[in-house]
Design a protein around this ligand. Structure first.
Ligand SMILES: [Zn+2]
Length: 400
């Protein structure tokens, strides 16, 4: 059986859902089940320096079979999303896909809703059974990296650079990467294999911050409230209405940024609003933050001082601002893709990746595709031939 498919089917069957309710890292012990399996497999594949930390970060090295001193990293995450079941995944392999609708339990994976299916006629697809995610995000990435290592084991005459691999927890809930030791990992630059389109290189992500806004009111019996009551919920509405309506997620696309109200809860005495702010351009991120700070200032001038407090925190930065100063990783991946005869897609991404944080920490880490589609739901599927292409891309990247 095909090594890549074999590994992928094995990994997706292991439940590794992360959990937002947990305050430990990893957020769920189950992520160790996959990490421990991979640890054994890395040993069988002849890797050295295999380490699995108590935070469930698994790293290992495959030494160059030349005198190269270039160290290239490949990273994928172990977990699947907390919001949709990744338990008892029952993958369906469809050989020579006929281009028609694919009936699953209770749902239909059809070309009308998912036009990308059309171009996959004749390919091998792996779908869910309709009741869970598939977990191609990111077990496709895990399988591609492991199968690349297997290729070098089976083809010892192919010369390659030093290869550093890592499998990390809790990407889907953020934070799993924060204890990653980039010095110990030892890569000069790295790639996360966690995108979708097989020929993409993503390195232009959002700059991201969050804003916690608290409005303090003055709760007085409504019968005696005239001239005294301060209704925090009404003031919160006033605050929000000062923000530009066009800078919302519903009105923006491409590289346009936004302010997004994630949740609001309150009563007369207090109201809390949680926002996220996103912009590809750092200066424009700061400008959006200033709009919020000015709105808070206005509230505090109109009402008693201290009515509105706002706490803005930076979450992650656009890796492009760092990577553009050292494009070795991009140039190498571009050549690897073009040498296989494919164009390179480098559209800006409206989100962040673990690579954004790693790049900020000092390890340039653009994101490559996986051949996965429709992640984070029961319509998720993967195309084996595209996964194979990504495997060949990273073999090319690692080759000397
Ligand atoms: Zn992912």
């Amino acid at each position: 059986m095909n090594d890549l498919l074999n590994r992928f089917l094995k990994y997706v069957k292991i439940n590794t859902m992360s959990s937002e309710e947990s305050n430990t890292t990893p957020s769920t012990r189950e992520q160790f089940d996959l990490a421990n399996l991979l640890k054994d497999e890395l040993f069988e594949l002849g890797l050295t320096d295999i380490k699995l930390t108590d935070k469930c970060i698994l790293t290992a090295k495959l030494k160059a079979n030349t005198n190269s001193n270039l160290n290239i990293g490949f990273i994928a995450h172990l977990d699947t999303i907390p919001g949709f079941s990744g338990k008892n995944v029952n993958p369906q392999v469809i050989n020579n896909y006929d281009g028609k609708d694919i009936p699953l339990k209770g749902i239909t994976l059809g070309a009308k809703d998912f036009p990308s299916l059309k171009k996959l006629k004749g390919k091998t697809l792996i779908t869910t059974d309709g009741t869970t995610v598939l977990g191609a995000d990111d077990k496709a990435g895990v399988a591609i990296i492991m199968s690349m290592l297997n290729y070098f084991k089976e083809n010892p005459s192919v010369k390659h650079h030093n290869i550093c691999v890592a499998f990390t927890p809790d990407e889907e809930i953020g934070g799993g990467i924060s204890s990653f030791d980039i010095n110990d990992f030892g890569a000069d630059y790295a790639y996360t294999i966690d995108g979708q389109t097989f020929n993409e290189i993503a390195y232009n992500n959002f700059n991201a911050s969050s804003a916690k806004v608290t409005i303090k009111g003055l709760d007085i019996h409504p019968g005696d409230a005239k001239g005294h009551m301060l209704n925090a919920s009404l003031i919160a509405m006033e605050f929000h209405n000062m923000l530009p309506v066009y800078a919302s997620p519903m009105c923006t696309s491409g590289t346009e940024g936004f302010i997004h109200l994630c949740d609001i809860n309150g009563d007369v005495s207090a109201c809390h609003l949680n926002y996220i702010i996103r912009e590809h351009d750092y200066k424009k991120l700061k400008a959006l933050e200033k709009i919020m700070l000015d709105a808070a200032k206005y509230i505090n001038n109109k009402y008693p001082k201290g009515t509105c407090t706002i706490d803005i925190k930076l979450s992650y930065l656009n890796m492009y601002d760092i990577i553009k100063k050292d494009k070795r990783s991009i140039n190498r991946a571009t050549k690897a893709i073009k040498d296989l005869g494919y164009d390179v897609i480098t559209s800006p991404i409206r989100g962040g990746t673990d690579g954004a944080k790693l790049t900020q920490m000092g390890l340039n880490t653009p994101n490559l595709g996986t051949g996965g589609y429709n992640c984070h739901g029961p319509y998720e599927f993967a195309c084996l031939e595209e996964m194979e292409i990504v495997k060949n891309i990273i073999i090319n990247i690692a080759k000397n």
